[in-house]
Design a protein around this ligand. Structure first.
Ligand code: GAP
Length: 457
C-alpha cells in the first residue's frame, strides 16, 4: 500500500459518510467537522469501549456528565483565566499566525523541547536559527505574545448586566468540582476515580490536520483521587491501562510510544503522553498527568468549601492527590481511521479498499444484501428487521453483489449477509467475512448468536 496521507483519509471520510467539513454548504467553517452516519457510529463505539473499560469494569470509578458552562470562578481557580495561553507569533509579511513552540519543534525535528523554553529563549532561538515563515518563506516576525485559548461568551438577558462565561477548554474541572458530591452520594472511599466524556472548546492558534487539532472536540477524562504515597503507583497503573486500551481497540504496538514531559508543573511529580504515528508523524494521542493536590486545593480555596477527605478507617483528613488520564475522542477516532485503512491487491490483480476496524468498533456490524432484489427483497427486509433490533445494520439492494461487498469493505462492515433462494427454501444465509472474504452458510436462527459472539469488546 502507498504511504497513507491525511488528504486521502479526509477524502475517504467525506465520500463514505464518516466525517464532513462543518457547515459544508456555506463553504465550511475552518477546523470544524461534522460526523456523518458512519462516523458517528464509529466514534460512539470508541466512546462506549472507553466507558466500558474505565467505568463499567472498574467498581471504583464513577461517571458524571457535568455542564459545559461553569461558574467563571472555576476557571480562575484552575489557572486557565490567568495562564491558559500559547506563545503566538505573527508573520508581518503574510499576516499568518503561528505558535512559536511549534515553529521550533518543526525546525529542529523534535530534538529541541520548546515547551521548556521561555518566550525570550524561543525568540532568540528563532532569530539565531533564522527560522522562516512556513507559509511565505519570509523572516519578519512580530514579538512573541501569549494568546488566550478560552472561548468567551456572555450569560444574561439584559445587555448591561451580562456576565462573561467560558466554554470549557477541558472536561476535568467538572470532575474536580463534583469530587465531594460523588464521594458522598456514592459513599466512595479513596482511592476512587471520576470519569466523563464531553465536549471541550479551544481557540487554537494553529488548528488543523483534520480531526487532530480542532477548536471543538470531545475528551474522555478520568481523575483518580488517591493518597499521595500511592500516587506514583496509580500513575504507572494508568500508563499501562491507557496503552493497553488503545492497543485493544486496534492501534498497533509499533505506532505507539511514551513521551515523558520535559517540563513539569510545579505541583506535578510526573507527566507523559502516549504518541501515535499519524500520517503527519509522531504526535500526542493522550496524556497521563500527576497533578498533586493542586486542583482540589485551589477549588477549596476559591470556593471556600473544605474538599478534604476524611478517612473513615484512620480519621485522617487530607486533600487527595490526583492522577489524570485524558484522551481526545476525535483524535483517537482519527488514529483508528488511519490504522484501519488498507488497500489490498486481490488474486485477480484488482485492489480493494478496506477499513479493518475491530468488529466491535465497526459502524455497522452487518449488511443485509438481497441477491436479486426482485426475488429476495421481502425475505431480506424480514432478516433486516430482526437483526436491527440487536445491532447496527445496513441494507443495500443496488448494483451487483461484488460492488455491494466493496461498498461494505470500505466502511468496515465485518459481515455481509446475502439473502438468496436458499434463504427462502431452507432458511439459510451466507455470511461473508470482510477480512478473509470467505463465506459460510448458517441458519437464520443462528445469525444473532454468531454475530454477537464476534463483536464483543
Ligand atoms: N485535562 C487535561 C487536558 O485537557 P490536554 O493534553 O490539553 O490535557 C488531553 O488534552 C487530550 O485531549 C489530548 O491528548 C488530545 O487527545 C485531546 N485534545 C486536546 N486538544 C485538542 C484539540 N484542539 N483538538 C482535538 N483534540 C484535542
Amino acid at each position: 500500500m502507498e504511504k497513507l496521507t491525511m488528504e486521502k483519509i479526509v477524502n475517504l471520510c467525506k465520500q463514505y459518510g464518516f466525517v464532513f467539513p462543518g457547515s459544508d454548504i456555506y463553504d465550511g467553517f475552518a477546523n470544524t467537522w461534522d460526523f456523518g452516519p458512519v462516523g458517528v457510529e464509529l466514534k460512539n463505539n470508541i466512546k462506549k469501549c472507553w466507558w466500558k473499560r474505565f467505568v463499567q469494569e472498574d467498581p471504583n470509578t464513577y461517571g458524571v456528565d457535568a455542564a459545559i458552562l461553569m461558574n467563571p470562578r472555576v476557571w480562575e481557580a484552575s489557572g486557565h483565566v490567568q495562564s491558559f495561553s500559547d506563545p503566538k507569533m505573527d508573520c508581518k509579511k503574510c499576516k499568518q499566525r503561528f505558535r512559536a513552540d511549534n515553529l521550533i519543534e518543526e525546525y529542529s525535528n523534535g530534538s529541541v523541547a520548546a515547551e521548556a523554553m521561555s518566550n525570550e529563549q524561543m525568540q532568540d532561538y528563532i532569530a539565531e536559527n533564522h527560522i522562516k515563515c512556513p507559509n511565505c518563506g519570509g523572516f519578519d516576525w512580530s514579538e512573541i505574545k501569549q494568546f488566550k485559548l478560552m472561548f468567551e461568551t456572555n450569560r444574561g438577558t439584559v445587555e448591561e448586566n451580562k456576565n462573561m462565561v467560558y466554554l470549557r477548554p477541558e472536561t476535568c474541572q467538572g470532575e474536580y468540582v463534583n469530587f465531594l458530591n460523588v464521594q458522598r452520594s456514592s459513599r466512595a472511599k479513596i482511592p476512587f476515580a471520576i470519569a466523563q466524556i464531553g465536549k471541550s472548546f479551544r481557540n487554537e492558534i494553529t488548528p488543523g490536520n483534520f480531526l487532530f487539532r480542532t477548536i471543538e472536540f470531545e475528551q474522555m477524562e478520568l481523575q483518580k483521587f488517591c493518597k499521595d504515597e500511592d500516587s506514583i503507583k496509580f500513575y504507572d497503573e494508568y500508563k499501562s491501562k491507557a496503552i493497553n486500551f488503545i492497543k485493544d481497540i486496534g492501534l498497533s504496538d509499533d505506532k505507539l510510544r511514551f513521551h515523558d514531559h520535559d517540563k513539569l508543573a510545579h505541583y506535578a511529580k510526573a507527566a507523559c503522553d502516549i504518541q501515535y504515528k499519524f500520517p503527519i508523524g509522531w504526535e500526542e494521542l493522550n496524556g497521563i498527568h500527576h497533578r498533586g493536590t493542586w486542583d482540589l486545593s485551589r477549588h477549596s480555596e476559591f470556593s471556600g468549601k473544605n474538599l478534604e477527605y476524611l478517612d473513615p478507617d484512620t480519621n485522617e483528613k487530607y486533600i487527595p492527590t490526583v492522577i489524570e488520564y485524558s484522551i481526545g475522542a476525535d483524535r483517537l477516532t482519527l488514529a483508528i481511521l488511519c490504522e484501519a485503512y488498507d488497500e489490498e491487491t486481490l488474486e485477480d490483480g484488482t485492489t480493494r479498499e478496506v477499513m479493518r476496524f475491530k468488529p466491535f468498533l465497526a459502524p455497522y456490524k452487518v449488511a443485509v444484501l438481497p441477491l436479486v432484489k426482485k426475488f429476495h427483497k421481502e425475505k431480506a427486509d424480514e432478516v433486516y428487521n430482526m437483526l436491527c433490533k440487536e445491532f447496527m445494520c445496513t441494507y443495500d439492494e443496488t448494483g451487483n453483489i461484488g460492488k455491494r461487498y466493496r461498498r461494505q469493505d470500505v466502511i468496515g462492515t465485518p459481515y455481509c449477509i446475502t439473502i438468496d433462494d436458499d434463504t427462502i427454501n431452507n432458511n439459510t444465509v451466507t455470511v461473508r467475512d470482510r477480512d478473509t472474504m470467505k463465506q459460510i452458510t448458517i441458519n437464520i436462527d443462528e445469525i444473532v448468536d454468531y454475530i454477537n459472539d464476534k463483536i464483543k469488546f
